[in-house]
Design a protein around this ligand. Sequence first.
Ligand code: ADP
Ligand code: MG
Length: 258
Amino acid sequence: MTDNAPAPLIQFAGVTKRFGALTVLDDFNFEVAPGEKVTLIGPSGSGKSTVLRILMTLEPFQEGRLTLAGLSYQEPGGTGPFKASERHLREIRSHVGMVFQSFNLFPHMSVMRNVAEAPVRVLGLSRDEAQARAVDLLAMVGLADKKDHFPSQLSGGQQQRVAIARALAMRPRVLLFDEPTSALDPQLVGEVLAVIGDLAHEHDLTMLLVTHEMRFAREVSDRVCFFDKGRICEQGSPEAIFTAPSHPRTREFLASVL
Ligand code: ADP
Ligand code: MG
């Protein structure tokens, strides 16, 4: 890192993640600068979701260290078993929002409550403050008129836009998207990508996006990382990765999806 580069907001240092005998991430090193928009691409099973789930504190890991917004995910110097306290994990998690492939809205809550509930419960906002925030965010994702609907009354694209508003309501510094359009009918993909594309212009928001929408990745990313077998096999600017990939595995993967 040069002197004038900002400290990374996210840093995986030698992280190894196993599920039983299966090593999913092997001595994984990865840094993301504040405000950077990074897309993770690669074959199914290469570890992309695992990276996001570790960031969201949904998965422990066995070795190495994760630092997020200056908070370490493991005792300093520790390489032993994962053992951060639940309180510490909650604090780390408070900086991260995640949007899943399958929307995961609360089915029994209105759109408004889906967006306003966590800011009340977790951040301690008053209900009025949280609802005002939710109204603004629902307008931003183009769903101001749906605030009293329930998830089952919305299309998949609309549900996913609510999920994005819900994640933003917590004002995370990092927003993670795990194949946010993969579960959608093709005609609904565009409306969700449009919202994510708008967010990509937010200077302060750091974004990590797993997607198979290569054209979109090319438009919004500062950097594209190609994953293969739990490692970043190649990374660079979208132009470099999509027009002149240097690694044979990257070329092979792109030929299979483009
Ligand atoms: P990707 O998102 O790139 O498709 P994942 O991170 O989901 O890959 O998975 C990486 C590997 O870890 C895969 O081999 C997958 O089967 C395995 N894996 C993921 N979650 C679990 C789990 N909870 N238990 C066991 N194996 C898992
Ligand atoms: Mg995945």
